[in-house]
Design a protein around this ligand. Structure first.
Ligand SMILES: [Fe+2]
Length: 354
């Protein structure tokens, strides 16, 4: 994979890759694991790198390129894989209260908290398998800048206990997820399966909704952290986020957005939506492989808009009926995008301070 990086940040990112190449990591495809000292040296390099916002800007540039493509899988999806070594770089996104639950790593990994915080619960793996239940071992707070590592197979559960999104950086072995072969029998109760199956029905159009929702939430999580990114590239990254599905409202750096020139389009032409009144709220439902699913609820002010949306496959925000201000229309459009049901189309969307 050839990577073209942002000009002023290329050295930082390339420096890290050069430093990792110089360490004694096995080549991709080899059956060996690296020595502990190689992992510790890599951790030290990551420690320096994640404190450098230009390095993060380089990584986020690659991440946005990944997010621009479809087929986004759940979990950690690498935005970069080191040629020859197979070492994967990925970002982790943590909504308030978010956690993947207890899961197992079966090869080395390095994890850094880039923004906000996480708490990491670790479990006694030997005892857990012996007793056939998860046995808590430790609980670590991890604030921004904290870098941890795993060398031996390990069970842990990071969680974001704060009220804000957190972002983490992960470097993982190409062998993580392989069965280490040291335990047998049924999966441990409460532990996520190593190869987590994608339970989305691939033949159903709702799969596009799930993929788009995952994509837009990650884009918006990046957009939210950009104001705190001390890099000359933050503004171009912000523009990219906006183009890919970032918030149209609450953009303090640009003033109020105009409402000209963009429309929303249903993420798949065959996606079926409906609307009902429920306890005074106008509720938008989608048809999923397992039946109707509540997606968005608005108060009576948005009733006409929701009824309209349930029928229309594409529209501009001015088309939405009802006594709504521009700001309210934009909030509805933002909410519709965040559900994954609709995508923004039209390129001449612009911001103004008027
Ligand atoms: Fe993990």
């Amino acid at each position: 994979m050839h990577v073209v990086l942002l000009d002023s940040t290329a050295v930082r990112f390339d420096d890290l890759c050069t430093a990792l190449q110089a360490l004694e990591f096995p080549s991709d495809g080899e059956r060996d694991h690296p020595e502990l000292r190689a992992v510790l040296a890599a951790r030290s390099s990551i420690q320096d790198a994640v404190l450098d916002d230009d390095f993060l800007a380089s990584c986020l540039h690659l991440e946005l390129q990944l997010l621009e493509r479809d087929e986004l899988r759940p979990g950690l999806v690498p935005f970069f894989t080191m040629p020859g070594l197979g070492i994967r770089f990925a970002f982790g996104y943590w909504p308030p209260g978010g956690s993947p639950g207890p899961h197992e790593h079966t090869a080395w990994t390095i994890t850094a908290v880039c923004r906000n915080e996480l708490e990491v619960l670790t479990y006694d793996r030997e005892e857990s398998y012996s007793r056939r239940e998860l046995v808590l071992k430790n609980r670590f707070p991890a604030s921004a800048g904290k870098v941890g590592y795993i060398y031996e197979p390990c069970i842990h559960a990071p969680i974001n206990n704060s009220s804000r999104w957190s972002l983490s950086f992960h470097m993982t072995s190409p062998r993580d997820g392989e069965d280490p072969g040291d335990v047998c029998g049924d999966p441990l109760p409460g532990l996520l399966e190593r190869a987590r199956p994608d339970r989305t029905n691939s033949d159903h159009v709702y799969r596009k909704v799930i993929e788009r929702r995952r994509q837009v939430r990650r884009i918006r999580a990046i957009g939210n952290m950009l104001p705190s990114l001390n890099s000359t590239k933050a503004s171009s990254l912000s523009d990219k986020c906006t183009a890919l599905g970032g918030f149209m409202t609450d953009r303090p750096e640009s003033g109020k957005p105009t409402r000209h020139g963009f429309a929303l389009e249903r993420v798949h032409k065959d996606l079926e939506l409906s609307y009902r009144l429920d306890a005074g709220m106008a509720v938008l439902y989608s048809e999923t492989p397992t039946g109707s699913l509540k997606e968005l609820a608005l108060d009576s002010l948005g009733r006409e808009a929701i009824a309209f949306v349930s029928k229309e496959r594409s529209f501009t925000i001015e088309d939405m009926p009802g006594d709504l201000s521009t700001e309210e229309r934009l909030h509805i459009a933002d909410a519709l995008e965040e559900t994954g049901l609709y995508v923004k189309i039209g390129d001449d969307y612009a911001c103004t301070s008027d």
